[in-house]
Design a protein around this ligand. Structure first.
Ligand code: GNR
Ligand code: NI
Length: 168
């Protein structure tokens, strides 16, 4: 296991689109475990491969707590994830390990139907709601080179990018 380095804004790699995974093998499974360890180490609830510099369509998610406060831990390792259906919309305060220090409200679908491959290369489909749905949408955005700050109003986005650029 290894802790990986997380790329942060304004690293241009974070804007790139990621390529589909073509082979689910031991090397990928080990990488997904390293991603999970890196996510836990940084107290995150999700992580996309691109955030540690690998431009492939793979994400890990563990929201650990649902809205009712139950602390059941469910790890999702999703390869080539796709959103098949979206329903409703919901505003939720988001943060991102690649944009440290910023928390902003983003509007996303409330309920989604997801298709992906699991770590054994088997096709899975499931419905996600609540924080899990928000997090999966956030992670899939990363795979398309999109950060949550890109989903804010133009005014808000400009303000935040100014603030971040001052720090760098
Ligand atoms: O740790 C994270 N928390 C979070 C909170 C609300 C919405 C999305 C997220 S994902 C984020 C980790 C991260 O940057 N994943 O890409
Ligand atoms: Ni993020």
């Amino acid at each position: 296991m290894a802790i990986l380095e997380i790329l942060t804004y304004p690293n241009p790699i974070l804007k790139k689109a990621c390529a589909p995974v073509t082979d689910v093998n031991d090397e990928l499974r080990k990488f997904l475990d390293d991603m999970l360890e890196t996510m836990y180490q940084n107290a995150g609830i999700g992580l996309a491969a691109i955030q540690v510099g690998r431009l492939i369509r793979a994400i890990v998610v563990d929201i650990r707590e649902d809205e009712r406060g139950s602390s059941e831990s469910k790890v999702h390792k999703l390869i080539n994830p796709e959103i098949l259906e979206k329903e409703g919309s919901k505003k939720c305060e988001e943060g991102c390990l690649s944009v440290p220090g910023v928390r902003e409200e983003v509007i996303r679908a409330e309920k989604i139907k997801v298709r992906a491959l699991n770590e054994n290369g088997k096709k899975v489909e499931f419905i996600a709601e609540g924080l899990l749905a928000i997090c999966i949408q956030h992670e899939i955005d990363h795979l398309d080179g999109i950060l949550f700050v890109d989903r804010l109003s133009k005014l808000r986005r400009t303000m935040i990018k100014k603030k971040l650029n001052k720090l760098t």
